[in-house]
Ligand binder design. Structure first.
Ligand SMILES: C[S@@+](CC[C@H](N)C(=O)[O-])C[C@H]1O[C@@H](n2cnc3c(N)ncnc32)[C@H](O)[C@@H]1O
Length: 225
């Protein structure tokens, strides 16, 4: 699919998170059914496998941190956990849910606008942001901003093609072409090429649930200059 024919990011994609009630619902969303609890456990396992490839580091930035779902896992892999999100409501919800986890710094703002020095962290962890960006130029902007902040490692998730969820989405879009989704399934090769253009090399691809879920996490390392 060409970039022009991909659905645009849905209006309200960023704004819906700027709401305290929505933030509380998002935090609960992954625990509302047995299926979601299992899916969440698979997602934690995916993150843990990706983090194991790197090992323990001094500092991790979780961006977007959302409601802090990954903080318990990230905390195990870093001496200091730093967090950032475009939504103050989501960060406040995260802090309410995880008072036991020390947060070394918190920043509110879009990653593209954060006033943080380049290469401030050993590892930047970014889950569930890229699949909201159907346009390549928006993804490149976000990937570049995330990449600027890390000294070495960038762990980034996306939705890829070639699985049950993708086939279902294709069938739905055939039936309802007037109702495009704001979320994007990418060929893995496209994602890898964008990551390469950002100055990183993909070291590992971890899949949430092979053949079924579209969610993958790429472990990327800064390309030596
Ligand atoms: C789907 S949630 C994911 C949160 C968390 N990573 C997770 O997996 O549970 C998306 C988050 O991205 C944040 N967000 C959206 N655009 C952003 C941007 N440009 N920079 C930083 N955060 C952004 C939203 O506020 C929201 O909290």
């Amino acid at each position: 699919m060409s970039d022009e024919s991909r659905p645009k990011a849905g209006p309200g994609f960023e704004t819906k998170y700027q709401d305290d009630d929505y933030a509380a619902r998002y935090a609960d969303k992954h625990r509302t059914s047995v299926g979601r609890i299992i899916a969440d456990a698979f997602e934690m396992r995916m993150a843990e496998r990706a983090l194991r490839r790197v090992g323990r580091v001094e500092s991790i930035l979780d961006c977007p941190a959302g409601a802090g779902r990954f903080w318990p896992v990230l905390h195990r892999y870093a001496n200091t956990l730093h967090v950032a999100d475009a939504s103050a409501s989501m960060l406040a919800e995260a802090e309410r849910r995880h008072p036991e986890i020390p947060v070394a710094s918190r920043s509110v703002g879009r990653v593209q606008d954060l006033d943080l020095a380049a290469r401030s962290f050993d590892l930047v962890f970014s889950n569930r942001l890229i699949h909201h960006l159907p346009m390549a130029k928006d993804r490149m902007e976000v990937l570049t901003a995330l990449g600027r902040l890390t000294r070495e490692w960038l762990l980034v998730s996306a939705w890829v093609e070639g699985n049950l969820a993708h086939r279902r989405r294709q069938r739905r879009e055939t039936r309802h072409p007037d109702r495009p989704s704001g979320r994007v399934f990418l060929p893995l090769a496209t994602l890898e090429e964008e990551i390469l253009r950002t100055g990183f090399v993909r070291r590992l691809v971890v899949r949430k649930f092979s053949g079924i879920s579209p969610l993958v996490m790429l472990v990327c390392q800064r390309r030596p200059s």
